[in-house]
Design a protein around this ligand. Structure first.
Ligand code: F6R
Length: 244
């Protein structure tokens, strides 16, 4: 795992977007997995801009949504589906065969997980994965205690996730479970970026970078990825004690 530090959110997002755009340039059939949420928002916007402006062929990429709030329709503006539909799928006019997002209204979630795992497997795994870090150290909805060898699974959301998650919604919503890729996917991904910005993420970044690798603090798994990069701005880096 390597750490890369940037002056601010824009520089960090621009780096990630540029790196992903270059990866698509060198591998047009790239399998890309992205988290939604506040952190990757600008990266996704800049990526779409770069792909179009630099006339990069993105017609063959595959896109995978990292996770979803169970029970929410894709029309809910706070759902991950809504985020990707509006920020990536429509702007790039991706065909349904090119992407897989968890169906949060599925009758059979076990089968939904099997479908996701098969989709990834059929495409020889994820090339680039970009994730955020939650205020409890989660990645995707791999909450504290989630096993490092999980594939896709449904999980009871942590109280912190349910509380912090309200920020995505216009009105109070009942959040209970999440459906998410597991850490086996992250460890198998050829390249992983974990991003964080702002002082509110300084404490979790310190634990992820300098703490013990443990399932009790999910983001610590990044220390085990040989091609993992933690991208942070100065504020998120402010509590790090060792020089990195
Ligand atoms: C969202 C996701 C979550 C977020 C995390 C940080 O798809 O997977 O794990 O990445 O909760 O959220 P933000 O970026 O809103 O601070």
């Amino acid at each position: 795992m390597k750490l890369k530090r940037f002056k601010n959110y824009h520089e960090l997002s621009d780096f990630a977007a540029g790196d992903i755009a270059n990866s698509i340039k060198s591998k047009p059939s790239l399998v890309l997995c992205l988290a939604s949420g506040d952190t990757p928002k600008l990266t996704v916007e800049l990526l779409v801009k770069k792909l179009k402006e630099e006339k990069i062929d993105y017609s063959k990429i595959t896109f995978i949504g990292l996770d979803e709030w169970v029970g929410l329709p894709p029309t809910n503006t706070g759902s991950c589906h809504y985020f990707f539909q509006n920020k990536l799928i429509e702007p790039l006019q991706l065909k349904p065969s090119q992407y897989f997002l968890f169906n949060a209204l599925a009758d059979d979630f076990e089968n939904e997980c099997v479908k996701m795992d098969r989709f990834i497997n059929d495409r020889n795994g994820i090339d680039v994965m970009l994730v955020g870090i939650g205020m409890n150290g989660h990645i995707g909805f791999n909450e504290p205690g989630a096993a490092f060898n999980n594939l896709s699974h449904v999980i009871e959301l942590d109280e912190i996730t349910k509380a912090v998650g309200q920020k995505y919604f216009n009105e109070q919503v009942e959040l209970g479970k999440g459906i998410t890729l597991g850490f086996k996917h992250l460890l198998n991904a050829k390249k992983v970026f974990m991003m964080a910005n702002g002082s509110k993420k300084a404490e979790v970044i310190k634990k992820a970078v300098e703490g013990t690798v443990t399932e009790s603090f999910p983001a610590s798994i990044m220390q085990q990825h040989e091609n993992g990069f933690i991208l942070i701005d100065d504020e998120a880096a402010s509590l790090l004690s060792k020089p990195h």
